[in-house]
Design a protein around this ligand. Structure first.
Ligand code: KDG
Ligand code: MG
Length: 412
């Protein structure tokens, strides 16, 4: 079975997505997600200019060999652009292999270990009452775990917090679009970590008071703290029994996790901006984290993500794959098949895609009673409507930039 065509599809049904569609001479086709929020066209070019010419005529059955050929053969290893491009090839080839076998992909990954993947949703509010409403509406939708984010008194818009009322679709996370073909400058937001650290424990106190001790609660620090600040927050949140504290500090400073870990028993999650198993070796072998946040889309595909989760399992760490709306329904489907199959599943992040996005990507995935399931269609269970995709041309869009009160550019 040879690869006949490989098409890079860039579409923007409400937000930008990059998808690779590989078709074989047997007429089977597979999809892979290559979306890198705010840097989409760099990956599209990497695919069309550098990988597609190498794929044409190759044996579509040879997934591992193709992965190694693209990763090692390119000389320049790792990095989000490279790994998103390779991820799309890997995922599309798994989709084809599972379609050829007539099975949902999770069967090829060893079959299911569970009935569905426990999902967490994003509750947020500009203040505590709005947050409590948002948690309530998530529970009403069936969520059995929620991430909790709020505005901070004295600060304006805060990344991770919806600026519209609870119950409506979250509007914070898609990168901001300029419209009219113009290139937008990123929005700039002001951040004050001391004000945040004073406020967050009172937020969790209010949520536990209202919803009791059982509900799994998560929180995303969005890389904004120094190690010592993160250690303090972890300690302050211990009474509220978090499922995890995510991205407390910038991920590239791995030694920071040693300091945080030595001060707090709050479970730690990190890795949504990582793109290689090598980013995790210190964190896992020294048991500095509890959850692995990488996405299939940004880590080189299903093949290396499986390897990473197996490594994590040796050190007692579990999966918590990245699942905001910049992971397309194709990338999400790949994760759901892994979620079902791997032994050390922890939780799956889940944000609903917009109706426009779901017009372009037709997915068999379901969300019911707090659990996600990829469906039973052969392959990934997602198809792309290329005519619909063509109606939504790319629009430049960027994530916001954070500045501290003194004007310095900060992490977010
Ligand atoms: O592209 C950036 C977003 O995916 C990211 O900010 C979302 O932090 C995020 C999360 O945990 O989903
Ligand atoms: Mg995050």
């Amino acid at each position: 079975m040879r690869i006949r065509t490989a098409d890079v599809i860039v579409t923007s049904p409400g937000r930008n997505f990059v998808t690779l569609k590989i078709t074989t001479d047997d007429g089977l086709s597979g999809l892979g997600d290559a979306t890198l929020n705010g840097r989409e066209l760099a990956v599209a070019s990497y695919l069309s200019d550098h990988l597609v010419p190498l794929l044409l005529g190759r044996d579509a059955d040879r997934i591992e060999d193709t992965w190694q050929y693209l990763y090692r053969g390119g000389y320049w290893r790792r990095g989000p652009v490279t790994m998103a491009a390779i991820a799309a090839v890997d995922t599309a080839l798994w989709d084809i292999k599972a379609k050829a076998a007539g099975m949902p992909l999770y069967q090829l990954l060893g079959g299911r270990s569970r009935e569905g993947a426990l999902a967490y949703g994003h509750a947020s509010g500009r203040d505590i009452p709005e947050l409590l409403d948002s948690v309530r509406s998530h529970l009403a939708e069936g969520f059995r775990a929620v991430r909790v984010q709020t505005g901070v008194p004295g600060l304006g818009a805060v990344y991770g917090v919806a600026s519209s009322a609870a119950g409506t679709r979250y509007d914070y996370e898609p990168a901001r679009r300029a419209g009219g073909g113009a290139t937008p400058a990123p929005a700039e937001e002001t951040w004050d970590t001391r004000a945040y650290l004073r406020h967050v424990p009172s937020v969790f106190e209010a949520v536990r008071q209202e919803f009791g001790p059982e509900l799994p609660l998560l929180h995303d620090g969005h890389h904004r703290m120094t190690p010592i600040q993160a250690a303090r927050l972890g300690k302050d949140l211990e009474p509220y029994d978090l499922f995890w504290l995510e991205d407390a500090t910038p991920g590239e400073d791995q030694a920071a996790l040693r300091l945080i870990r030595s001060h707090t028993t709050t479970p730690l999650a990190i890795g949504e901006v990582f793109n290689s198993i090598h980013d995790y070796t210190t964190l896992l072998t020294e048991r500095l984290i509890d959850y692995v946040r990488s996405a299939v889309t940004h880590t080189g595909g299903i093949t290396p993500m499986r390897r990473l989760l197996d490594l994590a399992g040796l050190y007692g760490a579990k999966s918590g794959m990245h699942g905001p709306t910049d992971i397309s329904p194709v990338g999400m489907a790949a994760q759901l098949h892994l979620d079902l199959a791997v032994h050390n599943f922890g939780i799956q992040e889940y944000m609903r895609q917009s109706p426009l996005t779901l017009e372009v990507f037709r997915t068999s995935a379901t969300f019911q009673d707090g659990l996600l399931h990829p469906g039973e269609n052969p392959g990934l269970g997602v198809e792309i409507d290329e005519e619909a995709a063509a109606r939504f041309p790319y629009e430049a869009a960027y994530l916001p930039v954070n500045r501290l009160v003194d004007g310095t550019v900060h992490d977010w």
